[in-house]
Every structure is written in structure tokens, then in C-alpha cells.
Design a protein around this ligand. Sequence first.
Ligand SMILES: Cc1cc2nc3c(=O)[nH]c(=O)nc-3n(C[C@H](O)[C@H](O)[C@H](O)COP(=O)(O)O)c2cc1C
Length: 365
Amino acid sequence: MPANILGKNFKIISFGESHGECVGVVIEGCPAGLKIDLDQIQKEIDKRKPGQSALTTQRKEEDKFKILSGVFNGITTGAPICLAVFNKDVDSSKYEIIKKIPRPGHSDLPAFFKYNGFNDWRGGGRFSGRMTLNYVFAGAIAKQILEKSGIEVLAHTIQIGKIKAEKQKNEDIRKNKERTLVRCADLKAAEKMENLILEIKEQGDSVGGIIECLILNPPVGLGEPVFNSLESELAKAMFSIPAVKGIDFGAGFGVAELKGSENNDEFFLEQGKISTKTNNSGGILGGISNGMPIVFRIAVKPTPSIAKPQQTINLETKKQEYLKLEGRHDPCIIPRAVPVMESMAAVVLTDLGISGGFIPKVFRK
Ligand SMILES: Cc1cc2nc3c(=O)[nH]c(=O)nc-3n(C[C@H](O)[C@H](O)[C@H](O)COP(=O)(O)O)c2cc1C
């Protein structure tokens, strides 16, 4: 079972390591005839770039990407597209320690035993947040495909630690989220979130949060029940983002407290189109999009690598030790995970859009 491939019709293969030569993605099944907007791809990956602000890791990567195949005269040819970035700001010395002293909360310990120590540990190797640059590459192309069908993918931060954003209108999310370092459209809450991250960073600690994703203007019929339902495909993609620990759709776990009469989204006709009064289902019924906005959230844990000393085991001596980490880490993963969530959602929608016949294999104009 190939483990580094996602999707069936718009298939992405993620390659590279955090401190290896490069990171990149191969996309198999991208429709031919798509005019690629290179600036748009760069804009998307700049949102995820390290070193953006005091709220993110200070690793400095330019992330200037190269398209190595599948695009000719600026247009996709239908052949596999390969995008890559060569890693520049690599300092693996701070990671030597985790070869034998695994970080609590990180992948070091299970990866060491699973791969018998052969895994690339430099900068977290394949488990690094850096690997999500590949998701943003693929997502940047997927978004350009979805745009042609009028489908918009919009993710924004709704919670960091215990600070929650007030619900915002879609136009305000669009307008405001990139104005704040935490990508939260509630400007007042965003300021509090930023201060919280700085405070927690000062304490040598980290903090998690919740990101919401909205897919606007989807067609009815995305999703292939039962095993490739829209929920299962989105969940699989979201859990491929490191540090994601939960997902819920629409009213989510809140449905447990509702009666059927409260939870059911009643149908009505609006200018000849069937709509629902509420959207507790998150735009998905029976694993298929129902035409309402698709709404789901992911819970992201606090960054495992922290400066505060934590108890662990030395795998060589089998003795207990305290690990105090140095190195460059995100005090909160959320701000950089917002474009990653958006990208993975776009990849899934494109994949299901092709299998459902909503997206052609060749764009003819
Ligand atoms: C955008 C992004 C940035 C991340 N940055 C860091 C980081 O600086 N330090 C760290 O320890 N983990 C970071 N992570 C999380 C780890 O990669 C992740 O927690 C680890 O691989 C273990 O996987 P799990 O949390 O899914 O169990 C980041 C994740 C993402 C998505």
C-alpha cells in the first residue's frame, strides 16, 4: 500500500525531507489545458513560509519553487507535474540529540522503532511541518482548477488556546484573515491570540487551536459513498497534516445534544434552487455534498518541540533524562497550518470533482 500518495484521479505524491536536498510533489492526473498562474502559487506558499513573524519558526527559507515537468508554455500538458524547492537554511546540529533522546509529543520515538533508526531524523525528516509545503504546492494548482468552476476554499483561525473568535461573515473572513498574523478574521480576538502566542513563547512553551474551512459554492454530488465519502476523504487528508488531532463537520460533536427537529436542516426553495435554512450537516449528507457550503474544523495540538525541560528516555542508556530543546520551532502551528488546510481541502475537492465528472480531464478554453 503506497503511503505517500493521496487521491485517485488528482493524485499527489509527496517527496523530500526537511533537511534533505529538496521537498516537492508530483501531481498525476492534473487536467491538461490549465493556464498556470505562477505568482498565485508563490503567494500561496509564502503564506506557509517559515520566518514570517515572531509567531513562527525563525528558519529562513526563500521557498522559491521550480516546476520541473508537466507545464509547457505556461499551460498544463496532462503529464505529471513536478514542483520542488531546494532546502537552503538547514542546520541539523540541533537535531543530533533527538537521535537517541526522543522528544515527548513528536514522532521521534515511534519512527525510531518502526524504521530501526534508518529514518532521516534531520529537522524531523519526513515528519517535519516542512513537508506541508508540498501540500500547498498541490493545493495552489488545485485551487486554480476549482476557481474555474467557481468553487472557493476559505480557511481561517477560530481559536488559539482558550481565545475564541466571534462568528464572521464570509466577506469579512475573505477581507480580514490575511490582515492578521494568526489568520483570524475577528480582529479583536486576533490581537489577543497574537499576544497569547508571544507570552507562551516567552515561557518556552507552545499552544494549539482550531481552524475552520469553508468550501463555498460546491456542486451537489461530490463524494463517492461509502468508503470514499466526502467526509472520509477530507478527514484522511486533514489527518495527513502533522499535529492535527481532530476534525468535525457542521454542528460536529454538538449534534449529540440536539433533537432531530433541531439538527435537521429544513429545505426550502430560493429562486428555484433547493437550499437549507440551517447548515448543521456542514453541507454533507450521506457522504455527498448537498450544495450548501461545506464546513469543517480541525483541532491542532500545541507544537511538541518546546524549550521547557521535559522528561524522556535515552534510547542508548535506557535511562530517564530531561530534554531541553534548542532550535527553531513554531510556538503555535496554527498560523502556518491555515494555508495547509485550505490546500488539502482543495486537493480533495479537485480529486472528487474529477471522479464526479464536475471537472474535465482537458480544459478546452
Ligand atoms: C505547518 C506546521 C509546522 C510545524 N512546525 C513544527 C515545529 O516547528 N516543531 C515541532 O516540533 N513540530 C512542528 N509541527 C508538528 C509536527 O510535525 C508533528 O507534531 C509531529 O510530526 C508529530 O505528528 P503528530 O503531532 O501528528 O502526532 C508542525 C506542523 C505543521 C503542520
